[in-house]
Design a protein around this ligand. Sequence first.
Ligand SMILES: Nc1nc2c(ncn2[C@@H]2O[C@H](COP(=O)(O)OP(=O)(O)OP(=O)(O)O)[C@@H](O)[C@H]2O)c(=O)[nH]1
Length: 420
Amino acid sequence: MGLFDKIFGKKIEEQIEDNQTADIFKFDLADLDAVAEADSDIQADELVSVATETPVEEDQQPPITVVSEPFVDAAIDMPIEPVEIPIEALPESIPESISESTPEVTTPVVETPQEIEDKYEKSLKKTSKSFGARFNAFLSNFRSVDEAFFEELEDTLIMSDVGVDVATQLTDDLRHEVKLQNAKSQDDVKRVIIEKMVDNFGESGLETSLIIREPLTVMLFVGVNGVGKTTTIGKLANRFKNEGKKVLLAAADTFRAGATDQLVEWSRRSGVDIVIGKEKSDPASVVFDAVKRAQAEQFDVLLIDTAGRLQNKDNLMKELEKMGKIIKRELPDAPHETLLALDATTGQNAISQAKEFSKVTPLTGIVLTKLDGSAKGGIILTIQQILKIPVKLVGLGEGLTDLENFDEALFVKGLFQDLL
Ligand SMILES: Nc1nc2c(ncn2[C@@H]2O[C@H](COP(=O)(O)OP(=O)(O)OP(=O)(O)O)[C@@H](O)[C@H]2O)c(=O)[nH]1
């Protein structure tokens, strides 16, 4: 059974049989090309799911470790003595945007499946509305299904941020499918198109659960400035903490003034420990100390924030390689996740960033942030189908609990149910 049938029930052929009286579309498909089959590489790992959120504890003042010594390349093979700096010595200034824009959680929250579904639906409203409006406007312009129909369909899909490659593939598939299923009315054609989109998406075979390993899971976060890396780490730290895990953060973005302060604020908010470095110090030194501390003090999860300076790819690659070496020396199978944060509001630009980052470092998954503020959530279809990188987490708001595991059924439902 395809993903479409699983989510929307009745098979499209049966719907169409019920609809034989309608005869709005004329078909002129005689000279159309054969169908190209969609790619469906399957790369399922042995993965362990992450459970849902549990209550939040408040008012914790976790210890902070500051690495004050510079870290030279050769240090990969040299032990470093981390310097503990008392919490009073840390910068007091917390960026206002964080303090003001992120609401505090005052009561413990355990989300029900229905609440998660509602959150998805609400966050996908903008995307669903703009896609629906475009799609309906396109359909109302046609009275026959011919080559012009498919050309216009391809353009409509591209404009809906589905991406050129997916739009072309899908249109080729549909040339065959619309006729095969004997779709007659406008609604039939619409259903066949959506069914194909959903089923192609459901065939990606990508594993979207986060990888969790005993005794220590290490997750590295990459992405350009402002996409929501730090916020995601804060939300995830809070989730893991509430699951009873011992969480350590590492502020390895030592280049941007304020980046460390932001992560410190999130560590306070979630009540988890953090390791930071001096401004402009080598980020690898922070990672080195964080890994050492995580092992010595039996932390369950280490979340590492990095600087995503894509404009200097060589430096970024070297920096990430160095961090990777340091982590691997202690934990050969880590980092278990290298997650790329992408801002859903940037549409196709996010796809280009994903392509560029995957040239710099192997990625295990994507966090799509700001889905709640975006009309371009359709890029998830492209990311999974074209890049073959699973979307693992989605940001559905600025609050501490506004991060969800990516659920393709909820995504598809939120995106298309108003159209059917
Ligand atoms: N609406 C909404 N806003 C978000 C979401 N995730 C992050 N943001 C906001 O996006 C802005 C940037 O987030 P950051 O976490 O600072 O981004 P970053 O990638 O760490 O940026 P740098 O620290 O500059 O590298 C903040 O105002 C966040 O509140 C989300 O899922 N939804």
